[in-house]
Design a protein around this ligand. Sequence first.
Ligand code: MLT
Length: 412
Amino acid sequence: MASINENYLKLPGNYLFAEVAKRVKQFRAEHPQANVISLGIGDVTEPLAPTVINALHKATDEMAKKDTFRGYGPDQGYAFLREAIVRTIYKNRGVDVTPEEVFVSDGAKSDCGNIQEIFGLDNVIAISDPVYPVYLDTNVMAGRTGLYDAEKQQFAGVVYMPCTEENGFVPQLPKEHVDLIYLCSPNNPTGTALKKSELEKWVEFARQEKAIILYDAAYSYYITEDDVPRTIYEVAGAKEVAIEFRSFSKTAGFTGMRCGYTVVPKGLMGYTKTGEKVSLHQLWQRRHATRFNGTPYIIQRAAEAVLTEQGQREIKQTIQYYMENAKLLCAGLQKIGIEYIGGVNAPYIWLKTPDGMSSWKFFDKLLEVTHLVGTPGSGFGPSGEGYFRLTAFNSRENTEEAVQRLQTKLHI
Ligand code: MLT
């Protein structure tokens, strides 16, 4: 008899975006004439940059010739890409990261979900609330939490760091000891970003607690404010306490291409039960080599092209385009008197549902009345109840149409 991992049974319902997709599919089936516009899952809509397309063609041609064909690549990623990452992402900001510390993967989602495997099950995790659901769900699956309390909408044994109106939607240092701290900045879903002075507090806290910060910087290219670090390693001492996850998905339109990377500094240490130090870099390297056979060569060449000067110019234009959409959405919400934050350092707008409506009720109403899809805030954590996320990832035309519908159809 094959027994199952019963931790999976602790998870209430579907994965957030799967649930949204299911409901939208049903709505479309029942309303085949409706022109549904999705501002739900944060998926890019604009084509890849020309420089990236050229690199893809070139790499594809190489795969067609016997002398340039490539089979398995290095587990950790090709040196050409790891070196380009170090140059463009880190050295340009005066940050010392070496190519050996970079692990190329098929995206930040996988890495954020997989990283917990190299840590003991007895670690106490701290997560911002609301936040990208992958951090929590993967820890539940691994058995690092207790049961789900439906009333509190919380798992036992997890330290939730509520990000609310009262604290400016910024996670506060926990009062108790924690071992693994998930931070996402700019935050998905609220769009708030941690300023340098705030990140310094987190690094200091982690050092005191011998904790590790798992820092998701997937949206760092959307930061517009100067006092917000683009990487946690801009903070002194962060290399001793932090792992950073990054992605080409939102940066360069790679959601369908799959390429991300994780930086695990060589000096970063975890501890055995008897208190001996163990290199987390070595553990992650072991895991990566065992479970992963590398991101496809042509995709890595495309990612390398993103990091060239021309590639950077092109992707920044697309990011600006999405951020213009964000501005339109914010202005539209303001006009109809809906409170919101975000849209400045991230492509997400976090709005307060009108009349204290629950997040899912607002989801249903918005879909029914305006044929617009968003993401219910409660899906990102209990403090997201009563909030709702809109994404700026869409065409200008659809965004303008969405704003128009919000203003004319959503009577609140
Ligand atoms: C989101 O909508 O939060 C993201 O697209 C999900 C993801 O990046 O996996």
